[in-house]
Design a protein around this ligand. Structure first.
Ligand code: SF4
Length: 343
């Protein structure tokens, strides 16, 4: 009987799915351990994707083709890996409910979590009901309406970039890379729904480094009239009718600024997920900010310093969905190379 190689994939988000499918195509037996009761990870939080407004559900459907019913892939839900260790050339994963899984190699595809906006108390999230996060905006948009807590269409909405990113106070110096373009996308979506309303984006600087991002940024201004204000909001408060009062500084005009909006959307950044941090530390591959550290960012980005342990997707750093899916495939190629050497 054929002695098939086995690989554990930890996390069934876009990177894990993509990696598992590629490995399965190579006739490798893959076990995917997912802590939630479903697959897809953060893709489930999106309604439409930047920069082309493609339906996130459609992208997910095409991503999972050949994943769910693949005879080489076993998906195990509600399995939180609490320990991952190498023992006698095998990778052993222990789960919170006491199960043990073993394989010839393992891929960490434990993704990211979003910044908890309550840490930025001055912005009023969790205090003022019309201060929401970009994830909550996306959920509302999925349901077809953006409404204030009073049930009315916001006449004025503001988006605040860099919440929990590029922020010394919260200890995250890095840029999350996806929130500038997400703000542009959400502002356009808002204006398409409610052309009579006004939309403002507060930014430190606008980072449009992806294909078609710059075009979308221009379109948001020229076609939809989105207004960009360079400045950080320092404080929010509430009016008696639950509007949000913003205190900021317009750093281009060098003047303090006050504005009252019906809704404030906080563009929350990307952080390492708890599983990423815990499992990386256990294997001495933890990098800055709790992300996992690859062997070499240029030439061995899917390898870790632990032989047989590979990295895929945003467990390493903030990545776009496009990059994440490609990175899953790339990790699978690295695993196949490794398994050939260990025959
Ligand atoms: S992508 Fe934009 S909003 Fe996000 S952290 Fe970077 S500069 Fe700030």
């Amino acid at each position: 009987m054929e002695n098939k190689k086995t690989v554990l994939v930890i996390g069934a988000g876009p990177a894990g799915i993509s990696a598992a499918k590629s490995l399965a195509n190579d006739n490798i037996s893959v076990t995917v351990l997912e802590k939630e009761d479903t697959f897809g990870g953060n893709i489930n939080n999106w309604a439409k994707l930047f920069p082309n407004f493609k339906d996130a559900g459609e992208v997910k459907s095409s991503l999972i083709q050949n994943f769910v019913n693949n005879q080489n892939i076993k998906i195990v839900y509600n399995k939180k890996v609490t320990e991952l260790k190498k023992h006698n050339q095998k990778w052993i994963a222990n789960t919170s409910d006491g199960e043990v899984f073993e394989s010839d190699a393992a891929i960490l595809s434990t993704g990211f979590k979003v910044f908890d906006a309550q840490y930025k108390e001055e912005l009023g999230y969790g205090i003022y009901p019309n201060v929401i996060t970009s994830v909550e905006f996306e959920k509302m948009y999925k349901n077809g309406k953006i409404l204030t807590v009073q049930g009315s269409v916001p006449k004025k909405i503001a988006f605040l970039n860099c919440v929990g990113s590029r922020d010394e106070k919260v200890g995250n110096h890095y840029c999350s890379r996806i929130c500038c373009i997400a703000a542009v996308k959400q502002a356009i979506e808002f204006k398409e729904l409610y052309p009579q309303s006004e939309a403002f984006i507060f930014y430190m600087d606008i980072r449009m480094a992806g294909q078609f991002y710059e075009e979308l940024y221009r379109k948001s201004q020229e076609k939809h009239g989105v207004v960009y204000i360079r400045g950080r909001i320092s404080e929010t408060s509430s009016t008696i009718d639950k509007k949000v009062q913003i205190k900021a500084e317009d750093t281009l005009a060098a003047t303090p600024l006050r504005m009252t909006v019906d809704m404030l959307v906080l563009m929350i950044g990307v952080e390492a997920s708890k599983s990423t941090t815990i499992l990386s530390k256990q294997n001495n591959i933890d990098g800055p900010y709790g992300f996992a550290k690859s062997k070499d960012i240029h030439t061995a980005d899917n390898y870790s310093n632990e032989n047989g342990l590979f990295l895929a997707g945003s467990c390493k750093r903030p990545l776009t969905l496009t990059e994440t899916i490609a990175d899953g495939k790339s990790a699978a190629i690295s695993v196949v190379e490794y398994l050939k050497q260990t025959k």
